[in-house]
Design a protein around this ligand. Structure first.
Ligand SMILES: [Zn+2]
Length: 82
């Protein structure tokens, strides 16, 4: 595997609003840190939607594709970031 190291975001099913959690530290991934890969930022991973954890001691790169599939209102979550 030569992929850049990354984690897989987790959909917070219990939340009232669509929320993604960092796959490493389980912090909430804020909307402003979720990007379409290749749009404003280009990450070298095979993933359409990526998020950067905002926790100071984490900063993990998360792939959101799998989590977004099971998340209602996921499109809205991303469009706000542009
Ligand atoms: Zn994190």
């Amino acid at each position: 595997m030569t992929d850049t190291e990354h984690y897989h975001a987790i959909a917070a099913q219990s939340s009232a609003v669509p929320t993604l959690l960092c796959g490493r530290c389980r912090s909430t991934l804020s909307r402003g840190r979720i990007f379409r890969n290749g749009e404003r930022h280009n990450f070298d991973i095979n993933c359409d939607t990526v998020a950067l954890c905002s926790a100071d001691d984490c900063g993990a790169l998360n792939c959101c594709d799998e989590a977004l599939k099971g998340l209602e209102g996921a499109a809205e979550l991303i469009s706000k970031a542009s």
